[in-house]
Ligand binder design. Structure first.
Ligand SMILES: NC(=O)c1ccc[n+]([C@@H]2O[C@H](COP(=O)([O-])OP(=O)(O)OC[C@H]3O[C@@H](n4cnc5c(N)ncnc54)[C@H](OP(=O)(O)O)[C@@H]3O)[C@@H](O)[C@H]2O)c1
Length: 439
């Protein structure tokens, strides 16, 4: 009988000792026995790698753990899991590829990396027989990846509608609650730490779109470059839009949506009028929420912290446990992420053909027949008008706002109508356009 040495613990290496890295280190160090019970084996944090060895963090590491020596961590044969918490798509991509090539499994919270380089990284992981877990990359502490990848596998997912950016939700709900303008609330969000000094990737919808691309891959096998998903941000939304939405029984939220249709998967990210009695309309402040409809389970709603040190560390460490316990390998083999060897590739629908209702706000120089002219443009583009409201601009006697709620039309028709409206001499840029979610 051959004897084989069986290790009595599993080593992990952490690369990137910033906000989330510190939270992960603290959890791994403080909750050893609990995590060992969950993983079935003690987990030892064996290496922490970061270029900055001096900056104080809110965790004290045992002597000798922190270094800037990635080679040492990757060269340690006992390390089974490398946790990438650097962020970005440059160095992080190299670290993940090197870790896989060194025979390590990877856990990451990096949505930009997964959304941009998913196909390459998962192909490499498959080739070397390792896994990449990424729960924290979408909606931080919300277990949305596990819900889709494990709990709903008996279902055909019909749709996902989600609030995936806490900064945008904080801004919109704060404007709504306190009657404040966008710029004032953005400044407040920055002061409170809910928005970055440069909030561009949040408010222009890019962050939510990267997360939606990952969910579309998980739920529908739809491999899509996130840059090809039609996207609009919240930076053009004014207080008047929130008030107009309220008058029609809606609230405006930045919604990332993916829906199965006979013509393919419909994907979009943008400010959306949500019926005020829908669960997504109730989501306040910096919370995230995901509404999933499965053909068997029906609607499922998850809400919680989409960012922050503890919620994100919770998701990262759960991934470490799943990887060690072998669950990640089972899930990834079943999902065939970013590859379709035996799975019919999903068709992503041409955005121009996606049907829906729309909200338009057009600022105009007061003209007797401005509303009639704008309505004619919509009619020319086969877009019915369900309601039209005109209000005077408080700051200028000569300006008015005209708000349309359309009937059923398509993205392509509404885009063409907006383009034509913008050529009219009495129309002021920019026209605000939102989708209207189904009741
Ligand atoms: N913050 C959140 O709430 C949140 C939520 C969900 C997901 N995430 C994701 O989690 C990841 C980490 O975010 P974070 O907020 O913790 O960022 P962070 O605070 O900026 O931490 C990143 C750390 O990585 C270090 N680093 C840079 N280059 C490195 C290298 N070559 N090797 C090792 N370490 C390196 C940085 O050091 P220097 O500072 O010295 O450059 C910094 O300490 C990102 O992908 C982010 O998208 C964050």
């Amino acid at each position: 009988m051959s004897t084989k040495s069986i290790s009595n613990k599993t080593k992990v290496a952490l690369v990137g000792f910033g906000t989330i890295g510190s939270g992960v280190a603290r959890l791994l160090l403080a909750e050893g026995p609990r995590l060992a019970r969950a993983a079935g084996i003690p987990i030892e944090l064996a290496h922490v790698v970061d270029p900055d060895l001096k900056r104080p963090r809110n965790v004290t590491l045992p002597e000798g753990l922190l270094s800037n020596d990635l080679d040492r961590a990757l060269g340690d044969p006992d390390v089974r899991v490398v946790i990438e918490l650097i962020g970005g798509t440059g160095v992080a991509r190299e670290v993940v590829l090197r870790a896989l090539d060194a025979g390590k499994n990877v856990v990451t919270a990096n949505k930009a990396l997964v959304a941009t380089h998913g196909p390459e990284l998962f192909e490499r992981a498959r080739r070397v027989g390792r896994t990449i877990a990424f729960e924290a990359a979408v909606a931080g502490g919300l277990p949305v990846i596990a819900t889709i990848g494990q709990s709903l596998t008996a279902n055909r997912i019909e749709s996902i509608e989600a609030i995936l950016n806490g900064t945008c939700n904080f801004i919109l709900t704060h404007m709504e609650q306190y009657g404040l303008d966008y710029a004032d609330v953005l400044a407040e969000a920055q002061r409170l730490g809910y928005a970055e000094a440069d909030p561009t990737l949040d408010v222009n919808g890019a962050d939510a779109t990267q997360k939606l691309a990952i969910l579309a891959q998980m739920a529908f096998g739809a491999t899509v470059d996130w840059r090809d998903i039609p996207r609009a941000g919240i930076d053009s939304i004014g207080l008047s839009d929130l008030l107009c939405a309220e008058m029609t029984g809606h609230r405006i939220r930045l919604i990332a949506a993916a829906r199965r249709s006979p013509e393919g998967i419909e994907l979009s990210v943008g400010p959306t009028l949500v019926p005020e009695d829908a669960p997504l309309a109730d989501v306040q402040g910096a919370f995230n929420a995901v509404s999933i409809v499965g053909d068997m389970a029906g609607p499922i709603f998850l809400q919680g912290y989409g960012a922050g040190q503890n919620p994100t560390a919770s998701a990262v460490v759960a991934d470490v446990i799943d990887t060690i316990a072998g669950r990640t390998a089972i899930t990834q083999a079943a999902l065939e992420l970013w590859s379709t060897p035996s799975r019919e590739p999903a068709t992503v629908r041409d955005p121009a053909t996606i049907a829906g209702r729309f909200y338009l706000r057009v600022n105009v120089q007061k003209e007797l027949d401005a509303a009639a002219q704008l309505s004619r443009v919509l009619a020319e583009h086969q877009t019915p008008v369900d309601s039209l409201t005109q209000y005077d601009d408080e700051d200028s006697q000569n300006l008015a706002g005209i708000v349309f709620l359309t009937g059923q039309t398509t993205e392509g028709r509404i885009a063409a109508a907006v383009q034509q409206m913008e050529t009219l001499p009495f129309v002021h840029p920019e026209i605000v356009r939102c989708r209207v979610a189904d009741a």
